[in-house]
Design a protein around this ligand. Structure first.
Ligand code: GAR
Length: 193
C-alpha cells in the first residue's frame, strides 16, 4: 500500500531534495508527495518543484494554530512527516495526529548542542568552540520540546584540528545525506496504515 511522506523545511532544502530523490529512485510505494515550508520562496521550493513535488508555503499564523497545515496533511493523505532543516515549532494538533510519525534531524550528537536557537552553522560553531573531538547527527522523534524527543539513531564523524564551521558542516551533511533517507525508509516500512 502506498505510503505518503510530507517534508517540513525552512531553508536551503538539500536534505529535502536528497530524500525526495532517494524515494523517487526506488520507484517504490513510499514517496515524498509534499513539502511544506514556513519561509516564503526559500530555496527548497525550487528543489522540490524541479523534482515534481509540490511545495506549499504556510505563514506564521498557520503554524501558530496548526489547523490549516493539518487540513493540508489530511487532504494529501500524509502518513509520515520528516523535518529537514525545519526551524519552527510543529503545532500540537499535528503532534497529536501523528504520534511517533514525525522525525527530525539535528546536526549534533544530542543532548549536546541542542535546544531552541541551535540550528545549522550555530551548532557547528558551538561544537568547535567547545573543543569537541567528534560530532555527528541525531535522528529523533519529536515532541513538544525542541530536541528532546526519543532518539532513533546517531552517527558520528571526527572534528579535525583547524576545522572551520563550514568544513565541519560538510562532514555532518555527508552523514545526513547517507543515513537520513535510510532511517526514514525503515521507520515508514514499520508503520501500519
Ligand atoms: C541540516 O544540517 C539539519 O540537520 C539542520 O539544518 C540543516 C538544514 O540543511 N537542522 C537543524 O539544525 C534543526 N535544529 P538543508 O536545508 O540543506 O537540508
Amino acid at each position: 500500500m502506498e505510503k505518503k511522506i510530507a517534508i517540513f523545511a525552512s531553508g536551503n532544502g538539500t536534505n529535502a531534495e536528497n530524500i525526495i530523490r532517494y524515494f523517487q529512485a526506488k520507484q517504490g510505494e513510499t514517496q515524498v508527495v509534499l513539502v511544506v515550508c514556513n519561509r516564503w520562496r526559500a530555496k527548497v521550493f525550487d528543489r522540490a518543484e524541479q523534482l515534481g513535488v509540490s511545495c506549499i508555503y504556510m505563514n506564521k499564523d498557520a503554524w501558530a494554530t496548526g489547523g490549516e497545515v493539518m487540513r493540508l496533511l489530511r487532504e494529501r493523505e500524509i502518513d509520515f512527516i520528516v523535518l529537514a532543516g525545519f526551524l519552527a515549532r510543529v503545532p500540537d494538533v499535528i503532534l497529536q495526529a501523528y504520534p511517533q510519525r514525525i522525525v527530525n534531524i539535528h546536526p549534533s550528537l544530542l543532548p549536546k548542542f541542542g535546544g531552541k536557537g541551535m540550528y545549522g552553522d550555530r551548532v557547528h560553531q558551538a561544537v568547535l568552540e567547545a573543543g569537541e573531538q567528534e560530532s555527528g547527527i541525531t535522528i529523533q522523534y519529536i515532541n513538544e520540546h525542541y530536541d528532546e524527543g526519543d532518539i532513533i539513531a546517531q552517527y558520528r564523524c571526527p572534528v579535525l584540528p583547524g576545522d572551520t564551521p563550514d568544513e565541519l558542516a560538510q562532514r555532518v551533511h555527508a552523514l545526513e545525506y547517507e543515513y537520513y533517507p535510510q532511517v526514514v525508509e525503515r521507520l515508514v516500512a514499520e508503520i501500519k496504515i
